[in-house]
Ligand binder design. Structure first.
Ligand code: MN
Length: 339
């Protein structure tokens, strides 16, 4: 069989790989049919993901067909269409003991810390394989995982229909957050520096868009909200200046700021910035039991995976897909790879 392997930074190929060995009792064997390329895959390709070792089969957003099941797997059958939760946790650390395995001390993610889903066959823990309706297209099935990121962020931020939501960053994650915020009935504002991305946000129903390169983000947000600011902010740019503006000036009284961006620069924030407005700044990572909920959203048409897909490539053209991913100027959003 073949797999998309990053053998060393900047070296990627769709090349031969041994097939998975015998299944253990709790595992299922999946014939992968489609996967989404994520920013973290690009970081592995560029050698800038601190968690990755090489060689690595990338891909943590993927779906496929069950082709064999271990002896103890009862919730799936051969032929089922499934999406896979890529999070592997230890089950015994403090985070796992309080029911938060998505921040497990010994967390591993398929496609990052261990080989992932961009291969023709993969054996995974059956409990992580979530059955999908048979009529969901493979390209959409591949994108259950990014929607679980939005579901987790919404849960962490206690998103509700009464919120005025600012989403910073209109890449794939910003746009799945937009869909989830709209589904809840919230008023939505999306910010980015690329008009092509903001046009996609507008097409997906954003109430307002702000290009922070040509407009003053703070002034525009305050104007749109009669000076109140945003009750809930999803910060998905990782840009430290944007983060500072959100915390100091844009968040409303009693507001929440959910942090998705992976920046490691240091902020200039005073204690009073949090204290004065009872501001909450909340981290979010991966997802916790969100796959079943997202499968329902997609099944019921409450979210639209097609709205974020810009390109589809066969896995044999992975080099072209990766090259295009690093080029956001060309209206690149989510790139899906098919197997
Ligand atoms: Mn991802």
């Amino acid at each position: 069989m073949k797999a998309v392997t990053v053998s060393a930074p900047h070296v990627i190929a769709f090349a031969d790989q041994p097939e998975p060995k015998d299944l253990s009792s709790g595992e299922v064997l999946i014939r992968v049919r489609a996967g989404g390329i994520c920013g973290s895959d690009l970081h592995i390709f560029h050698g800038t993901n601190p968690f990755a070792t090489y060689p690595r089969v990338i891909g943590h957003e993927f779906a496929g067909e069950v082709v064999a099941i271990g002896a103890d797997v009862t919730h799936l059958a051969v032929g089922d269409k499934v999406a896979v939760d890529p999070v592997v946790s230890c089950g015994s650390c403090y985070a796992c003991s309080i029911g938060r395995p998505n921040v497990c001390r010994h967390l591993q993610v398929l496609g990052v810390h261990r080989d992932g889903g961009f291969q023709e066959l993969i054996a995974v823990d059956g409990a992580k394989a979530h059955k999908l309706p048979a009529d969901i297209p493979w390209e959409h099935a591949a994108l259950v995982e990014p929607f679980t990121i939005a579901a987790q962020s919404a849960s962490q931020g206690r998103l509700s229909g009464s919120d005025t939501v600012l989403i910073c960053g209109a890449g794939p994650i910003g746009l799945v957050l937009l869909q989830v915020a709209k589904m809840h009935g919230a008023r939505t504002v999306v910010m980015d520096i690329l008009d092509s991305r903001l046009q996609r946000a507008a097409a997906l129903g954003a109430d307002h868009t702000i290009n922070s390169r040509s407009q003053d983000l703070v002034a525009e947000m305050l104007r749109l909200t009669d000076g109140n600011g945003a009750s809930l902010i999803f910060e998905a740019t990782g840009n430290i200046k944007v983060m500072e503006q959100c915390i100091r000036e844009i968040a409303a009284i009693a507001g929440r700021v959910v942090v998705l961006g992976m920046g490691s620069d240091v902020m200039n924030i005073a204690p009073v910035d949090f204290m004065r407005r009872e501001l909450e700044v909340i981290g979010t990572r991966l997802s916790l039991n969100k796959f079943p909920q997202v499968v329902e959203w997609i099944r019921d048409g409450k979210v639209n995976p097609a709205g974020i897909i810009s390109h589809v490539f066969p896995a044999s053209e992975i080099q072209a897909a990766i090259d295009l991913s690093g080029n956001p100027g060309q209206d690149v959003c989510k790139i899906v790879v098919t197997f």
